[in-house]
Design a protein around this ligand. Structure first.
Ligand code: NAP
Length: 313
């Protein structure tokens, strides 16, 4: 628990995986004196009340932001513009307004025009998540040792940026600052394209209907299983990511298609050397990710493997 709360009142608009994880981490670390929240549906609001993680669950976005020092939109990217417009008249002077959207250029374009000059707008993207969603899916440790990228628009006051940096660091995240466009380009290749590939491959396998009902599921440990985890991610969130990071994703997809053609050609021409060289390079990249602590070095991502039991004689 931190000695002094960074904010008096934090308002979370939306309480799913990310909003719920922030609430749990803020409470665990004592980063705010009060956490208030709201969600779109009565069902989610009722569930959040039951969970008892926040101080107050409010009916409307306007009520939730009232007198808040930090407001974080934890909702799909496509909903951020309209919600910014809705809350704008109710924001306190000097408040920091942020979000957690996986795309940043569109967030700045959609939210900034609605926000009054007396608040500080500091968009953020915690690069951490799981394939689960909803109020029960969050956990306080989600952001530990994960990056949180802040993308303050040009001319933003540095003080609120530093305050938000301290807030995310308090939840265990490593914080980096970059421009919204650079963020979108980097994330297009590291996150958005891998999701698109997973959605494609799992969809393609499903179309081979007679195979899916038997062999695909049966032999899924052979790599396919890891794609199915990614392809189980929230459809609303990922629809909004692709619609709002169109240019960067299309650019990366162009490069990806060229590289796929090269590998296709190597297979067709029996060019084992080209394949071996490529796979050696990618194996080194995986080692690098493990070395900087962004994933487990345990075989099979640390999945438990039951011991081989000796058969009775
Ligand atoms: P989630 O678990 O599905 O929760 C979404 C929340 O947003 C729910 O409280 C939902 O309310 C509310 N909501 C949905 N549509 C809305 C709308 N049109 N207007 C207002 N509220 C709406 O989603 P999440 O995974 O936390 O993702 C939230 C944000 O975090 C997204 O912008 C996403 O890009 C970003 N993000 C996600 C991940 C990840 O791995 N999931 C990682 C980093 C960043 P109801 O429950 O009442 O419907």
């Amino acid at each position: 628990m931190s000695a002094v709360p960074i904010f008096r009142r934090v308002a979370l608009i939306g309480f799913g995986l990310i909003g719920g994880s922030i609430a749990r981490a803020v409470r665990a670390q004592g980063l705010a004196s009060e956490i208030v929240t709201t969600a779109r549906s009565e069902k989610t609001r009722a569930r959040v009340t039951e969970l008892g993680i926040v101080d107050r669950v409010l009916e409307t976005n306007a009520e939730a932001v009232n007198d808040a020092d930090l407001v974080i939109l934890c909702i799909p990217v496509g909903a951020c513009g309209p919600v910014a417009q809705e809350i704008a008249p109710f924001l306190k002077a000097g408040a920091i307004v942020s979000d957690v959207g996986s795309v940043k250029g569109a967030i700045v374009r959609e939210m900034a025009p609605h926000l009054p000059g007396h608040v500080h707008f500091v968009p953020a993207h915690p690069v951490a998540g799981t394939e689960h969603s909803g109020p029960d899916s969050g956990f306080a440790e989600l952001f530990i040792n994960r990056w949180c990228i802040l993308t303050p628009p040009e001319g933003t006051d540095p003080m609120p940026v530093e305050t938000l940096r301290a807030f995310w660091a308090g939840m265990g995240a490593k914080v980096e600052i970059m421009t919204p466009d650079h963020h979108d380009l980097v994330l297009a290749i590291t996150s958005h394209l891998p999701h698109l590939i997973a959605y494609t491959i799992v969809g393609t396998a499903d179309e081979l209907a007679q195979v899916t009902s038997s062999e695909v599921i049966k032999f899924s440990a052979g790599g396919f299983r890891d794609f199915t985890r990614i392809a189980a991610s929230d459809p609303t969130m990922w629809r909004d990511v692709f619609l709002n990071n169109k240019e960067a994703v299309l650019e990366m997809l162009g490069t990806f298609n060229e590289d796929l053609s090269k590998l296709t050609r190597a297979i067709r021409r029996n060019d084992g050397e080209a394949l071996f060289e490529h796979f050696t390079r990618t194996r080194a990249i995986r080692r690098g990710i493990v070395e900087i602590g962004q994933d487990s070095a345990a075989p099979d991502f640390g999945r438990p493997h039951p011991p081989l039991e000796k058969k009775a004689e």
